[in-house]
Ligand binder design. Structure first.
Ligand code: AHR
Length: 614
């Protein structure tokens, strides 16, 4: 319910909103309305956004108690800010914002979020001041285009023209980067031009005319949406240029949508970019109904669509749609940390709660053992395989075996680097990069008055995604902070005793250490032991920041020995079981789901220790 209007006033509110804004008409009785969702749309000049609104409307129509009101900013951030403020004044219960421009709308969203749930759709904003973000991985979208261009080139030298959306938009930057990353190892492919046509078909058409000879000379055109791709096609067609492969993005259905354009051979390919409209309404309902364990980020799956994939018409692994109990085989990497024990418990408890038969194997910190466990699940014919990959690489072969056996694979906790992203059905993972960034940000703020802070890092298991990404996120902030210097980094494999040994080595190597960044709490606890043995005061002589947020870390903070822990939630059991059940029921799973996570400095440890779930 709105904090502004009482339940009894809801009918009047709806009427008011209805009159004041471009709003939804449907047959719901005003008396039934319990929740009003405001949708601040960036513009409606591109068909993809019309689809987003239509999806929102269709999903909301399933709930008699929900009313949706829309605004259209017409591409103006100023107007979008005014739209949002008006919706808030009128008392919507939840806001869905698809930003015109992430940077300028971030502070507005931050303010709204202080009082109201906000779902950010499509363009991510800076920081975490929102309830939930839903969007695609735009870097991956660019990479999918790049990989397809490589397939088209067959190793021959070819020239590519890129037609981008609005250059200030983050998705454009990420798509451009993704494309270039995918082409890094293909020097024979040259990008001979990159032009912005602001997402507009007509602008792309004009642009193609303006640079006619360059477009004619190119071998492939990659446009950042299907509308622009179609614009390029229209211009080239006028000049009698036929069969130039044009790749777009979006893949919406309906007349002149990307799927139809590919089907008709007008576009060589499109990369799907789901709008997230339906997902936003489903998650809005979870938020409004105060469900627990809600995610922070949902990254939707994008895939390449060509005439061939349209003809095969099948998802990589078809849904099971079975009524009998589901069997999940899960391969844990080991029992290396308190975090892992909490994670194993969460998975076991959730399987029990959901009536899912769980076969568990513990790989004892060995990738070979984890691969063998996955093979044993394939042989046993489980319905779904889950695993928390010990390291990022080396999984292609066994995951292909699982796919060939028709068994979906869900990665929980950590991601993998594979050649074909369809080998994994979904990822339920923390944002490790953000965790590292947050740890550094805390240290930066805490030591802002100091001239020079020398930091040592005790890293997690080499090759594991948390170790790689936490180090990268941490380094990014350190590199931009003149008073912070990372003087050494050594692994402790996420194990308490190895954290202790790492700290002993670091204390011998360096006469001055001001701060320790440990990639998990267990290693920080080991480091505390070593620091005390060296006759120093952890938490005072040497600051310590770590990651996980386990109870032992809170105890250490209460004793003043650990300064801060950044949360990494091990409570992945419930979302894992939900994903398993959704898949079996035939629902399309997102590419990636990140849980909600916080930052806990020692000042809040005493107050929060009793509330910690692990
Ligand atoms: O992958 C999550 C990490 O693995 C945790 O941060 C660490 O404690 C665990 O071992």
């Amino acid at each position: 319910m709105s904090r502004i209007l009482s339940f009894a006033n809801k009918g009047c509110l709806v009427l008011l909103l209805f009159l004041l804004m471009l709003s939804v008409s449907c047959t719901k009785s005003e008396d039934d309305i319990r929740h009003v969702i405001g949708v601040a749309q960036a513009n409606l000049s591109d068909p993809w956004r019309e689809v987003m609104n239509a999806e929102i409307l269709a999903a909301a129509s399933e709930y008699a108690e929900v009313r949706v009101v829309f605004s259209n900013a017409g591409g103006s951030s100023v107007k979008q800010k005014a739209d949002i403020e008006r919706m808030i004044r009128l008392g919507v219960d939840l806001l869905i914002v698809s930003p015109v421009d992430s940077r300028s709308i971030s502070p507005v969203i931050q303010d709204v979020y202080a009082n109201l749930p906000v779902i950010v759709l499509d363009k991510a904003i800076e920081g975490y001041d929102y309830s939930l973000f839903i969007g695609v991985d735009n870097d991956l979208v660019g990479q999918l285009a790049g990989r397809h261009i490589k397939r088209l080139s067959l190793g021959r030298p070819i020239q590519v023209i890129e037609v981008t959306g609005d250059l200030n938009a983050l998705p454009v930057v990420e798509r451009m980067e993704g494309l270039r990353n995918a082409l890094k190892d293909a020097p024979e492919i040259e990008i001979i031009g990159s032009f912005s046509a602001g997402w507009q078909r007509d602008l792309a058409e004009d642009l193609t005319e303006e640079h006619r000879s360059l477009f004619e000379q190119s071998d492939v055109v990659f446009a950042h949406n299907d509308a622009m791709a179609y614009g390029v096609h229209r211009a080239l067609e006028r000049y009698g240029v036929k069969n130039k492969p044009i790749i777009g993005i979006d893949g919406i259905s309906g007349p002149q949508g990307g799927l139809e354009l590919v089907f008709e051979g007008i576009l060589e390919a499109t990369i799907t970019c789901p709008t997230g409209g339906e997902e936003a309404v489903l998650r809005a309902m979870d938020i409004l109904e105060h469900q627990s364990g809600l995610p922070k980020k949902i990254i939707l799956r994008s895939s390449l669509v060509t005439q061939e994939t349209l003809a095969s018409q099948s998802s990589p692994i078809p849904a099971l749609r079975k009524d009998s109990p589901i069997t999940l085989g899960f391969a844990h990497p080991g029992r290396e940390s308190a975090w892992r024990l909490a994670n194993i418990k969460s998975i076991g408890d959730a399987a029990k709660d959901e009536g899912i038969r769980l076969i568990e194997v513990n790989a004892n910190n060995s990738q070979e053992a984890q691969i063998a466990a996955i093979r044993s699940f394939i042989d046993a014919g489980v319905d779904v395989i889950g695993f928390s990959p010990i390291v990022a690489t080396g999984w292609d072969e066994v995951l292909r075996e699982a796919r060939d056996a028709g068994i979906p694979v869900i990665c929980s906790d950590r991601t993998v680097e594979v050649s074909d992203e369809n080998l994994v059905t979904t990822y339920l993972v923390s944002d490790f990069w953000e965790e590292g960034r947050r740890a550094a940000q805390w240290l930066k703020d805490e030591t802002a008055q100091e001239d020079q802070i020398k930091i040592v890092e005790i890293a997690g298991l080499p090759g594991s995604t948390p170790a790689i990404d936490r180090a990268a996120g941490f380094a990014e902030v350190v590199d931009q902070s003149p008073h912070l210097t990372l003087i050494d980094s050594t692994p402790g494999d996420f194990i308490e005793n190895l954290g202790y040994e790492a700290m002993v080595r670091l204390l011998i190597r360096h006469s001055q250490i001001d701060a320790v960044f440990a990639h998990n709490d267990d290693m920080a606890l080991g480091a505390i032991r070593a620091i005390e043995e060296a006759g120093l005061n952890p938490g005072k002589d040497i600051l310590l920041v770590s990651i996980d947020g386990v109870r032992e870390a809170f105890l250490a903070m209460r004793r003043g020995k650990l300064n801060c822990t950044v949360e990494c939630s091990p409570l992945l059991g419930p979302p894992l079981m939900k994903a398993v059940k959704d898949f079996v029921a035939g629902e399309e799973l997102p590419l990636r789901i990140n849980p909600e996570e916080g930052v806990f400095p020692m000042e809040v440890a005493r107050e929060l220790i009793g509330t910690r779930p692990y």
